[in-house]
Design a protein around this ligand. Sequence first.
Ligand code: AMP
Ligand code: MG
Length: 321
Amino acid sequence: MNNKSLPSELQFAINLMAGCAAITTRVQKEHIDVQNKADRSPVTIADYAVQAYVAQAIWEMFPQDALVGEESSALLSQDEALLTAVTHQVRQLLPKTTPELICDWIDHGQGQPRGRYWVLDPVDGTKGFLRRMQYANALALIEDGEVILGVVGCPALEYKQQTGAMAYASIGQGAWWRSYHPAAESFPLHVSSVKQLSQSRILRSYEDSHTDAARIEKFSQLAGINTEPLRMDSQAKYFRLAAGQAELSMRLLSADRQDYREFIWDQAPGYRVVLEAGGKITDSSGAPLDFSTGRRLTNNHGILATNGWIHEEALSTLRRT
Ligand code: AMP
Ligand code: MG
């Protein structure tokens, strides 16, 4: 697929990634101020600035489309210093930005997940971002419960001897990657052809609290996998899987959070990339992911993403854990 044949929504989403990466990398060079949201998860200047930047672009280009983003302006509007810092960051890209516009844009990203809507995790893996490890700017378009396209921008990912790469895919058109360079070429992404579960490499969350590490260990033993899982924050895991650098990515519900249901922004962008690269994604019981249930995947428990070849064997092994 050369760039001329890209659907305009996909080209639009790809074009936004350079601005997102400019914000996150600049914030990382400066001081990263961290706040805690009501659910105690961390949020930074970068999360707000990226959501504001992407939301204004969607509002301008696709005014009919809703945006379902992770952030709201609730905390921001009570913290003048934080709002000033976010405004300063977005102004580097959009000189006419004001604090009022920032709050309006961020709240435009509190749309309803109905019909056709965009889904944004401005900084997926905020903890990885804070650790200066992996994180992603993740954007998808959903229409009637189907993920039409996904873009996973990974500014800190080392891939093909360079730092920073984005993966993107639209339905039926394969998965692709390119660097952030404005004139960069795109290259196809394909999952690996490893067919034996015992030879598989596992990707898992860096955060122990986001998964069931003991069960992954048990799974590895039963499957005869001797290599240590690769721990990584964010949907950068889906980039690695789509690129054939690992065979499965597992998210098992932790013992103390059996009620946890995935947010759509943590899955939708990478989901389309993995499927188009030839992989398969279900929940940990083998059920297809159901993106029609609102902000969370209410009907799904955990996630199993693989190169496809080993999926059934992985599921049957999981059932024995
Ligand atoms: P990861 O980097 O793969 O660990 O995924 C990061 C995402 O995990 C965050 O954006 C959160 O939305 C999500 N998350 C937070 N708490 C949990 C939990 N208890 N179980 C699974 N995922 C979680
Ligand atoms: Mg996230």
